[in-house]
Design a binder for this molecule. Sequence first.
Ligand SMILES: C[S@@+](CC[C@H](N)C(=O)[O-])C[C@H]1O[C@@H](n2cnc3c(N)ncnc32)[C@H](O)[C@@H]1O
Length: 267
Amino acid sequence: VRPVGQPTRGKTAPNRLRKTDTFLALAYAERLRGLRGCYVDLGFGALPVTSIETLRRLRRLNPALRVIGVEIDPVRVATARAWAEPGLEFRLGGFNLPLGPDETAGVIRAFNVLRQYDEAQVQDALDRLASRLAPGGLLIEGTSDPTGRLLSFLLHERRGAGLERVGLVMAPRVDAALEPRRLQAVLPKSFVHRVEPGGPVDRFFAAWARAWQASRRAGAEPRVRFAAAGLELGRQGWTVDRRPGLLRRGFLVLGPDWPAAAGAAAP
Ligand SMILES: C[S@@+](CC[C@H](N)C(=O)[O-])C[C@H]1O[C@@H](n2cnc3c(N)ncnc32)[C@H](O)[C@@H]1O
């Protein structure tokens, strides 16, 4: 079967996608423990470092976890195979995942892959991936900066025959130098063209920046401030996951309608 897609730049880095592992372990620990199907790391890049790290981290929750790294570039697959081990394998493939008829994916991560495609190709890619997800399976599709200090990703879940958007996760490095606006650079492709001044995305980042500044009142600890700013956004009408376990670890999880539910109370 011919892989669907095209080879793109293969840049990656150790710990670049660490926050996706932390997020799953915090928000979906139970699902991971009883995971149906394997974890597919689509487009792992020039070296399979993120696939290896994900296996190590998530195996703490599920010792039987299987990670399959998929690449459309045959040289990258051949290189990666030197790191194969029980529970970790590498296969040549594209958006039409190279899974056998009896295999499904419990999680698919496509990180720093779709941003390199035309927006018109994205929905077809997501549909193809979704068709291989187990019921309740998760699809993580996002973008990061080169080092993994700034991430944003869409979270989808397979429900029935379809794919449902659960939310958009903003995951910046949380320290006193945080500038919420910088996350605009790593938004999923579908939002990139909607960042016009005064539009909903712009208003969201303005509201977040104000809430982050105002959070100084909550103290000096950046994670406490991050959580306070997230709760403030919720009070202003943005759909925010208020669980302290997520906010305190630097995950701002916005609702599936973001940025359309543009804060009725926002100026
Ligand atoms: C920029 S790298 C990202 C590496 C890693 N996921 C990360 O975030 O650090 C993108 C990789 O995706 C691969 N790729 C692009 N389209 C693909 C497709 N349709 N199926 C599988 N791999 C693909 C490219 O060959 C490239 O190695």
